[in-house]
Design a protein. Structure first.
Length: 202
């Protein structure tokens, strides 16, 4: 355990830069915001897709309706940050701290939350299809009306405050009780395709 902590500290320190609220745009232009100190900053509606942000401090930041798709947020701190309605497809949150984060209505398809602290978080109405929730801490988090189809999970810790209808955590894994897994049966997918607006017009 001691060696793991030392490795973590060495890794994060390697990404530390003199990046702050006054000069962050210089680092943003280079696509490298690793280790930036930007607590409580207002970046609402910004496009940060594909930016390297390892170990960044965005605690309490306003990132409502922003785009962080494909960004690298490993070991980042986004506690109490507001990302309502944001687009975070393929975003990597591995071992990030996301306590009390607001992700309501966000698009989190294929996002990676492996080892993430996601306690007291708001994920109501979020799209989490095919996201990775291995080793995630979910105590008191809300998933009301969230889309969990195809989610990859295991060794989940803590009990969420709410889950979508028919969804439970069994042996640390998220499953839909009707389907027996997180993946809908083929007939469910077929019905969705047949009832899509495009098909109804034909």
């Amino acid at each position: 355990m001691r060696y793991s902590i030392i490795f973590f500290l060495i890794t994060v320190s390697a990404y530390t830069q003199d990046c702050n609220e006054k000069n962050w745009k210089d680092y943003f232009d280079r696509g490298n915001m690793n280790g930036c100190e930007l607590p409580s900053i207002n970046l609402s509606g910004i496009n940060l897709s594909g930016v390297e942000m390892v170990g960044i401090n965005l605690k309490g930041a306003n990132l409502r309706w922003s785009n962080l798709s494909g960004s690298n947020l490993k070991w980042a701190d986004l506690s109490m940050a507001d990302l309502t309605g944001s687009t975070l497809v393929n975003t990597d949150f591995t071992q990030a701290t996301l306590k009390k984060i607001n992700l309501e209505g966000s698009n989190l398809r294929k996002a990676i939350f492996a080892g993430t602290i996601l306690t007291d978080a708001n994920l109501k109405f979020a799209d989490l299809r095919s996201s990775n929730l291995y080793w995630v801490h979910l105590t008191n988090s809300e998933f009301f009306k969230a889309d969990l189809r195809g989610v990859i999970s295991g060794n989940i810790e803590g009990v969420p405050k709410s889950l979508p209808a028919d969804w439970v955590i069994k042996y640390g894994t998220l499953i839909n009780e009707e389907w027996g897994s997180s993946n809908p049966p083929d007939k469910v997918l077929l019905n969705e395709q047949n009832n899509s607006p495009i098909n109804r017009q034909n």
